[in-house]
Design a protein around this ligand. Structure first.
Ligand SMILES: Nc1ncnc2c1ncn2[C@@H]1O[C@H](COP(=O)(O)OP(=O)(O)OP(=O)(O)O)[C@@H](O)[C@H]1O
Ligand SMILES: [Mg+2]
Length: 154
């Protein structure tokens, strides 16, 4: 059994906090411990900022879609935009010497450190999708989540 929640929002930077808080709060509700939930929230935040800024070019008329998916063993968040995509096989490493003083180019790097899996997909004619996944057992779960799991299975 899985539970999915979907959001469709205008591309407004003001919505970044909302999605960030939802992601963190849902992760907590699923039983992720505080530190893991914070990381999930931050990863989702970076993905949403990128979708609004780079994907949709801050054009409020172009929606973003965020889907929160609770699976048996992991929490998955998909962030979709309407943009042309980019070459994600060539993202720069902010720790490289030449990048050390740059103040941007860190979002994807953070995402990769905050969750277990970051994947990009181009949806033909429909934009870009970033998939973020965090596994329950890798993160450790607090007692409450265990209860939720038991109830869901029972
Ligand atoms: N959804 C997207 N659509 C199009 N291009 C993207 C998208 N996400 C990222 N990019 C491209 O990848 C680059 C790296 O993204 P990343 O989030 O790491 O850095 P940044 O957004 O430039 O800066 P920062 O996140 O540190 O403020 C971006 O500059 C942009 O060119
Ligand atoms: Mg970014």
């Amino acid at each position: 059994m899985s539970r999915h929640v979907k959001l469709r929002l205008e591309s407004r930077i003001g919505y970044v906090d909302l999605v960030h808080e939802m992601a963190e709060g849902m992760a907590r509700g699923m039983g992720f411990e505080k530190g893991s939930a914070l990381n999930i929230g931050l990863a989702v935040r970076e993905a949403v900022i990128n979708a609004i800024k780079h994907g949709n070019g801050m054009d409020a008329a172009k929606p973003i879609e965020v889907s929160f998916e609770q699976e048996e063993d992991l929490f998955r968040v998909r962030v979709r935009d309407q943009g042309p995509g980019f070459d994600w096989s060539h993202t720069s490493n902010p720790l490289d010497r030449e990048n050390i003083f740059r103040t941007s180019g860190r979002g994807i790097f953070f995402m990769r450190h905050f969750v277990d899996r970051v994947a990009f997909q181009r949806r033909r004619g429909k934009g870009t999708e970033v998939v973020l996944e965090k596994r329950f057992e890798a993160a450790g779960r607090a007692g409450r989540g265990g209860e939720v799991m038991k109830r869901r299975k029972g």
